[in-house]
Design a protein around this ligand. Structure first.
Ligand code: GAR
Length: 198
């Protein structure tokens, strides 16, 4: 499976995924491209250091299909994982990659999802509501924020004194431990569907 990662910021999830699959080619997942909507994203340096080609797109380029679809085809991308990517995915991309775009969300959807619910906002809202647990959701992407079918969830217990930063830290640890595993599982399933042997 040839994977493209889409990021908007630090890219710690992208880093974990790249490091895992570069160290384990037997997993059958090759990260071939990192796409960012921000030219300042730390993830761009991280990817370049790991010899992963990068592409920065502005909003207009992202909304129009040509640039992105051309590049995804050039790198023979057959699967996309959003890793802290904050723009809504346009219809043409969902149609070009049906059930082949994953997102990771730092909460237990359907709670704490939707427009404006990302990153630190999510953890502040979880804290304000006095939740005793939070977690992660990995789901397929459709044309609405955080509404595609769920593939995987994992929860973490919260202590009453946990700050939003502490919650973020716990949730991020769960993300790093699980996102690549889910991608590997889907890659294996796709390989078997195509009639692969192992
Ligand atoms: C992650 O916690 C991810 O779940 C979240 O942004 C963070 C990115 O961190 N994504 C969303 O909130 C999407 N709605 P990273 O750049 O260090 O991987």
């Amino acid at each position: 499976m040839k994977l493209a990662l889409f990021v908007s910021g630090t890219g710690s999830n992208a880093r974990t995924i790249i490091d895992r699959f570069q160290a384990h080619p037997e997993d059958g997942v090759e990260v071939v491209l990192l796409v960012s909507n921000k030219s300042t994203a730390g993830a761009l340096t991280m990817a370049a250091e790991r010899n992963i080609p990068t592409l920065v797109l502005n909003r207009q380029e992202f909304r129009e299909s040509e640039v992105l679809l051309t590049d995804l085809a050039r790198f023979q991308v057959d699967f996309i994982a959003l890793a802290g990517f904050l723009w809504l995915v346009p219809a043409y991309l969902v149609e070009a990659f049906p059930d082949k775009i994953l997102n990771i969300h730092p909460a237990l959807l359907p709670d704490y999802g939707g427009k404006g619910m990302y990153g630190a906002n999510v953890h502040r809202a979880v804290k304000a509501a006095g939740e005793t647990e939070s977690g992660i959701t990995i789901h397929y992407v459709n044309e609405r924020y955080d509404e595609g079918n769920t593939v995987f969830q994992a929860a973490v217990r919260l202590d009453a004194e946990d700050s939003p930063e502490k919650i973020a830290e716990r949730v991020l640890r769960l993300e790093h431990a699980n996102y690549w595993r889910v991608i590997r599982r889907l890659a294996l399933a796709a390989h078997q569907e195509e009639g692969g042997q192992d």
